[in-house]
Design a protein around this ligand. Sequence first.
Ligand code: SF4
Ligand code: SF4
Length: 178
Amino acid sequence: MWKERIIRGDLFNSCVVPFSLKSLNIGLPIFNPMKNTEILTCFQCGTCHASCPSGKYTSLNIRKIVRDSVKKDVSEEPELWMCTTCYNCQERCPRGIKVTDAVLTLRSEAVQKGKILPAHRKVCNFLIKTGQSIPLDDKHLDIRKQLKLRTDLASWNKARKEVKVLLRSTGFDELVKR
Ligand code: SF4
Ligand code: SF4
């Protein structure tokens, strides 16, 4: 089960989940939208795009990404990284196409080829260095206080170390260097 969660990318609740699947020794992703015939059942109804919160504010057109992924390599499309993985599209697709899972798989494939947006690479490098993806500075601590979230930094040290070990052991750090 945990392997499937890693492949889906929801282990880190993040839009930057370029895991090295080879280093995990679990072979290729279970869902490959470039080959999977499920994608071919898309009848271009547009429900996915209409449900997409990110598409309202960015150039992401998830329907186009789905359609294009069948016929060409979309790993250099910046829109691939604009999805927040909210799963709205996947929940609402009348064909039951795993749209968000496809985005995550396409991203993993892009990263395997060394293609990752500079902003995302920056976040990845920060995560590798610190074990966290968001700086724990005064600004963010204030926000956490307002949200009544924990702010005792010392208690997170163990978790941060574990994250760093996990990133090294999965080959994440090497992957980001590509
Ligand atoms: S909602 Fe599903 S069937 Fe409709 S365009 Fe999107 S992927 Fe295709
Ligand atoms: S999962 Fe991504 S593509 Fe789908 S609705 Fe959410 S932001 Fe849009």
